[in-house]
Write a protein that binds this ligand. Structure first.
Ligand code: SF4
Length: 225
């Protein structure tokens, strides 16, 4: 099973996706982010998985944090930071908003393709997850950017309709990720642009800020040109 956080690297670079699987680099900001995630989880109301299922079936309105979802057929899994269930919609499904929290020290420039792949993966998996099958409909998703040591946040939203259009690329992305990991396909210096559903060549600028640049011969060659 591929995790959503690993898969999202395809929005940065196919080679970075492979490096991320082989050589996980944990930065101080990542550790601080994990701590803040856990604090938010502790502050939230806690529901067991059975309670979440029961509330979803009844069409209740509630917010759950750190919900695990998986699509065993596509071989992908992940944990959603926050799910806001808004009650039954016209098709008698519990409409849900998916939120992902990101923490940073710098200002937020907006949503990138890694974020889009992440949200699309969650929206793709949620209605396929065995506990939610035929019971939920994803009404939208967002990335909530938070600064360390500040209660303020900026939220970038995506509609459910847009997510279902992007979800059409998920089988191709998960199949490619599997092929790269099982050495059936060589990763290329390309990033997947979710907006236009196409692979773009990596720029010098991307390689210059890539944390795998020191170990990536393709990136080093590109910078030397
Ligand atoms: S250095 Fe460039 S080519 Fe290499 S993994 Fe990073 S972005 Fe991709």
């Amino acid at each position: 099973m591929i995790s959503v956080s690993d898969l999202s690297y395809l929005g940065l670079c196919q080679i970075a996706f492979l490096f991320n699987k082989k050589a996980k680099i944990v930065t101080q900001a990542m550790m601080q982010g994990a701590k803040r995630h856990s604090e938010l989880h502790q502050q939230a109301e806690f529901f067991t998985q059975d309670e979440i299922i029961e509330k979803t079936i009844k069409g209740e309105r509630f917010v759950a944090r750190e919900v695990s979802v998986a699509d065993y057929e596509a071989g992908i899994r992940g944990r959603i930071d926050e799910m806001e269930f808004m009650g039954h919609n016209e098709s008698k499904k519990n409409a849900v908003i998916i939120r992902d929290d990101k923490f940073s020290r710098s200002n937020f420039l907006g949503m990138n393709d890694m974020h889009r792949i992440q949200l699309t993966s969650y929206a793709f998996m949620t209605p396929r997850d065995p506990k939610f099958r035929d019971m939920v409909e994803v009404a939208g998703a967002s990335i909530r950017f938070r600064k360390f040591n500040s209660p303020e946040h900026t939220e970038f939203k995506v509609s459910g309709r847009q997510l279902s259009l992007w979800a059409g690329d998920m089988p191709m992305l998960t199949a490619l990720a599997g092929n790269i990991l099982e050495n059936r396909e060589m990763p290329k210096p390309r990033s997947f642009a979710m907006m236009d559903s196409e692979w773009l060549p990596i720029s010098k600028q991307t390689c210059a800020s890539c944390k795998y640049n020191k170990v990536c011969s393709v990136g080093r060659k590109m910078l030397a040109k």
